[in-house]
Design a protein. Structure first.
Length: 207
């Protein structure tokens, strides 16, 4: 049985500004997505830790950068949900600037996981985040969540369409189906994260 290194993840801090984040060393992966895409549920499923990332019946509760440490050198960053929460425009502008600077300047950022509802993929925000990632040279991996809400054939059709668009427009972007409720796609997502977070020359399976 494969050990899940993400199960030891623990909440460290919430940051409103980049200078409140941990030192820019080691390796981290950031999760981004619309506020109703199931981002917190995806993090909990990957870490096999119910309640690690707070979920809410009211989308948009994640309004800071939440930092989860796996160990002294590796972190997961839960970025603010966007596109649904009723927040002041000034706060939206603040987060646009923070996310832009974070993606452009964070040296320890190994990749971006973009969480999208499989029923509503590649909306404007998703394309903006993919463009940010491409412009800053960041790898992107798309989780098409709530895959259990579609038939297997329909989910496969959406995945193929998303992968086609990514191939046409993004240098380093991949996609997969994911369901927190059914725990499907979890191992595939963990494998991607383990590869990104593995030290240079290390075996990701032992990361």
């Amino acid at each position: 049985m494969t050990t899940n290194p993400f199960r030891q993840a623990a909440f460290l801090t919430s940051a409103h500004r980049l200078d409140q984040l941990p030192a820019d060393s080691g390796a981290e992966v950031a999760f981004a997505g619309r506020s109703n895409a199931g981002k917190s549920s995806a993090i909990n499923a990957i870490c096999d830790r119910q309640g690690l990332a707070r979920t809410s019946r009211t989308p948009g509760r994640t309004q800071q950068l939440n930092v989860f440490v796996i160990d002294a050198a590796r972190r997961l960053i839960d970025l603010p949900g966007y596109g649904y929460a009723k927040v002041p425009e000034a706060l939206r502008e603040h987060w646009r600037g923070v996310l832009d600077r974070y993606l452009r300047t964070r040296g320890s950022l190994m990749g971006l996981v973009l969480v999208m509802d499989v029923r509503h993929p590649l909306r404007d925000f998703d394309r903006d985040m993919l463009a940010f990632g491409a412009a800053s040279g960041r790898r992107c991996h798309c989780l098409l969540t709530k895959a259990d809400k579609l038939s297997r054939s329909e989910a496969a059709r959406v995945l193929a369409a998303v992968r086609k668009e990514l191939a046409a427009n993004q240098a380093e972007a991949s996609a997969q189906l994911f369901s927190s409720a059914m725990k499907s796609g979890v191992e595939e997502a963990r494998a991607v994260l383990s590869t990104w977070l593995a030290p240079a020359g290390a075996d990701p399976a032992g990361a």
